[in-house]
Design a protein around this ligand. Structure first.
Ligand code: ATP
Length: 231
């Protein structure tokens, strides 16, 4: 079963395509790393997968269902949570708006990282805000968690904490980052974008063996240096 399946997915802004003909499949339970140079279309793909952008072409399905009916959580690059609210306000909002809300699971993640329910969101550190966004995804019982560069700008300890939570999530994960070493630790699948097109898509194991690459960095750098040679 595929958690995320897109076919011919594309997004155009005026005359310019940010993403073209993206056909990908992410199996249920996978942790997929989304990689590519600046401007390759990663955020566009993540926003489309989370249902936050309307595609110009094609479509995306989560567990065979249209995005509108799927349980997808999005952890945005700038984590624009309601900054003036307290953590407890956000949990209450979740339970008021979602009948499937799992308050205990969300609260367990927060208390495991010493995040007080009384704290205001704008007083949390970047790492704590990312953990809060992940707690909300857990509370939502999301089937697919989409994270746009969640590790950027985090100090080493916060990065380790976020990576360990992402590794333990029960949902399927789609995560973008430029830090290949982190992705190699957390993920088992790769989607590589170049100039708005999907260059590679598959499990690390299959891609490494079919391209005779030693590790993720070797594979990705080889592609980025010579995109035409790698398919
Ligand atoms: N709202 C928008 N209006 C116009 N062009 C846009 C818009 N959003 C993205 N683009 C363009 O689409 C292309 C892909 O952008 P996107 O943000 O998806 O890339 P990215 O791979 O996430 O980049 P980065 O690694 O720098 O975050 C870029 O050329 C960008 O300028």
């Amino acid at each position: 079963m595929n958690a995320l399946r897109t076919s011919g997915l594309g997004k155009r802004y005026r005359q310019r395509w940010a993403l073209r003909e993206a056909t990908i499949a992410v199996p249920a339970g996978a942790r997929a790393a989304l990689v590519g140079p600046n401007g390759a279309g990663k955020s566009t793909l993540l926003n489309l997968a989370a249902g936050l952008l309307t595609p110009t072409t094609g479509r995306a399905e989560v567990f065979g269902r249209p995005l509108e009916t799927a349980a997808v959580a999005f952890v945005a690059q700038d984590k624009p949570l309601y900054r003036r609210w307290s953590v407890a306000d956000l949990l209450r909002f979740g339970s008021a708006t979602n009948p499937r809300w799992d308050r205990a699971a969300a609260q367990a993640l927060l208390s495991g990282h010493d995040i007080s329910l009384r704290e205001r969101v704008d007083r949390l550190s970047g790492g704590q805000r990312t953990l809060l966004a992940l707690a909300l995804a857990v509370g939502k019982r999301a089937d697919l968690v989409v994270l746009d560069e969640p590790l950027a700008e985090l100090d080493p300890l916060a990065r380790l904490q976020v990576m360990s939570v992402v590794r333990e999530l029960e949902a399927t994960v789609l995560l973008s980052s430029h830090i290949l070493a982190d992705l190699a630790e957390v993920c088992d699948h790769l989607i590589l974008l170049g100039a708005g097109r999907v260059g590679l898509c598959g499990s690390f194991a299959d891609l490494l063996s079919s391209h005779s690459a030693t590790d993720l960095e070797d594979l990705v750098l080889h592609y980025l240096r010579n995109p035409e040679a790698v398919r």
